[in-house]
Design a protein around this ligand. Structure first.
Ligand code: PEP
Ligand code: MG
Length: 583
């Protein structure tokens, strides 16, 4: 039966595929296809894991028996029997085999997929005793996964490939309750054509990474992961936020048509790649790329970016189970990005963890602190960990010897933070000098993402070469709206008069002083905002590579001089949103 769920449209396009429903905690399991001749070895890996777990359980049973404790612990004995029974369960074993043989999933993926199928059935059971057996099944599967982790798949090295020629060509879409930014890194290398999550806001980092991957995505779809079943056919409409489950043939044809139209539009836009971004009245606009990993530099160049305006370096730090990248590893990564951009400038932002970007996948937001977005995040964290921060600064200075690098500091608000930061930049440079290590010159920039910073621009202009406005956080902190919380997403308003005043005055003050200013929040890549930002005097935009050509097309059609008058009327309006379609 066809039904639809609604969420927030965060990444454009249409994806049509079979649902793979995962618990977010199991996203760190690798998802890749195996070749036909590897199917048997995957089944064998699974069999060995099952036997190893069974053997462990038998040993515990044996010990209990030898200690004469079986009578003393009848519940434990019964539990072990249940685990053994679940391990041999026909539905588990034959189901897992089906995913490997028919769909060519790797063993871990097949196992977690079948777990989700059976767990659903447990959830629906009337009998509370049977319902609770779901936890036992999860434990058994977790144990098997642990064993398999110790025994790498012989084909894991070639992981994350498209479906092998002989596998059924079925596109897959991922449905999850939540995906952390660290999950997204895993996801970036996987086989899914789109995704839907129950939670998340439009500028949550999960949504941001989806846009960077240029795949259709809907977040904040509330109970999607409960309503959608494993293997359901699903259409994800990333333009409207609608997710259609089990679509009728007519709907499928309609969405298929829309999908093809999107491809034609993309193809048309790609012809603008080498066209300079100049307005009708001759204003040259700088279009820069936001990247998360050094390898993204290729996509930035392909989209015609004239540099990287924001390299979110924290993605190098995430999902590493406490082992942070050292100076050398970071240097190599930054150097790859710099060399990848072939002489164009790369703006590296120092690590911005915290809030909805926990270092580790397991740590969910708010685990330790009541208000993580207001807590030890971004530059606050770096200043609290000076040796880590110095290592990062040294790595960036060293990478600057290979091409033009700009250093960008997130979330500054206090003069004391500025002074401490600049002192550490000097110290890092002196340390390199003392050890005779080659380093380059950096341009220094600050992000304006807190109202306190936007209201004290002269302070920032005294200390920095350029400013970059992080509208995602500036909106969040000005309006007191958690950017990752779908329940207040309707109040997250980029054109709220207070936000526009802060934006306008920051841009105007930078221009008066002849200092560079750009916007690197999601607003810069939103074509419905391009005219307003041009009208407010912005001449440098930084966004995901996938958005650059659409924004360029908009710029080519604009007269920046005329937009200035209109932008002033938007600024003065009580309800700016009502004027957004004029101009
Ligand atoms: C911003 O806040 O606008 C920004 C670009 O930084 P991030 O989205 O990584 O917080
Ligand atoms: Mg920010």
């Amino acid at each position: 039966m066809t039904f639809s769920v609604h969420g927030l449209a965060v990444s454009r396009g249409i994806a049509i595929g079979r649902a793979v429903v995962v618990a977010s905690s199991r996203m760190d399991v690798a998802h890749y296809f195996v070749q036909a001749d590897e199917v048997q070895s995957e089944i064998e890996r699974l069999r060995r894991a099952r036997n190893a777990v069974a053997e462990d359980i038998h040993k515990v049973q044996q010990n209990l028996h030898e200690l004469g404790s079986t009578d003393a612990h009848p519940e434990l004995t019964a539990l072990l029997d249940v685990h053994l029974m679940l391990l041999q369960d026909e539905q588990l074993t034959s189901g897992v085999k089906h995913w490997i043989v028919d769909r060519h999933y790797n063993a871990e993926w097949a196992l977690t997929t079948q777990l989700e199928v059976i767990a659903r059935q447990f959830d629906e059971m009337e009998d509370p005793y049977l319902r609770e057996r779901k936890a036992d099944l999860e434990q058994v599967v977790e144990r098997m996964l642990r064993v398999m982790r110790g025994v790498e798949s012989p084909v894991a090295g070639e992981a994350r490939q498209p479906a092998p020629d002989n596998a059924p060509e079925i596109p897959l879409v991922l449905i999850a309750h939540d995906l952390s930014p660290a999950d997204m890194l895993q996801f970036k290398q996987s086989v899914f054509a789109g995704f839907v999550t129950d939670v998340g806001g439009k500028t949550s980092h999960t949504a941001i990474v989806a846009r960077s991957m240029d795949i259709p995505a809907v977040v904040g779809a509330r109970s999607a992961s409960h309503l959608i079943k494993q293997d359901d056919w699903v259409v994800i409409d990333g333009d409207t936020g609608v997710v259609v489950v089990d679509p009728s043939p007519i709907l499928l044809a309609e969405y298929g048509f829309k999908q093809r139209q999107g491809e034609v539009e993309r193809e048309r836009l790609s012809r603008l790649r080498n066209t300079p971004a100049v307005t009708l009245d001759g204003q040259r606009i700088e279009l820069l790329a936001n990247i998360e990993q050094p390898e993204d530099a290729a996509a930035a160049l392909k989209a015609g970016a004239v540099g990287v305006g924001l390299f979110r370096s924290e993605f190098l730090f995430m999902g590493r189970e406490g082992k942070l990248p050292d100076e050398e590893e970071q240097y190599q990564a930054y150097r790859r990005a710099v060399e990848g951009m072939q002489g164009l400038p790369v703006t590296i932002r120092t690590v911005d963890v915290g809030a909805d970007k926990p270092l580790d996948r397991g740590a969910s937001r708010g685990d330790d602190h009541l208000n993580p977005a207001l807590g030890l995040r971004a530059i606050r964290w770096s200043l609290a960990e000076p040796s880590m921060f110095l290592a990062q600064l040294r790595a960036i200075l060293r990478a600057a010897a290979h091409g033009p690098v700009h250093l960008l500091i997130p979330m500054l608000a206090h003069a004391s933070e500025i002074r401490q930061t600049l002192a550490l930049v000097r110290r890092a440079s002196e340390q390199l000098e003392a050890s005779g290590t080659r380093q380059g010159l950096l341009k220094l920039g600050a992000m304006i993402e807190v109202p306190a910073a936007a209201l004290t621009i002269p302070l920032f202009l005294r200390h920095f070469d350029f400013l970059s406005i992080g509208t995602n956080d500036l909106i969040q902190y000005t309006l007191a709206i958690d950017r990752a919380d779908e329940s207040v997403a309707h109040l997250y308003d980029p054109v709220h008069p207070a936000v526009l005043q802060l934006l306008a005055s920051t841009i105007a003050q930078c221009r008066e002083q002849g200092k560079g200013v750009s916007v690197c929040g999601e607003m810069a890549g939103d074509v419905s905002m391009t005219r307003l930002l041009l009208g407010l005097g912005l001449r440098s935009f930084s966004m995901h590579p996938s958005q650059i050509l659409a924004v360029k097309q908009q710029i080519l059609r604009c007269d920046a001089g005329r937009l200035q008058t209109w932008a002033q009327s938007v600024l003065a309006a009580e309800d700016p949103a009502a004027l957004m379609t004029d101009g």
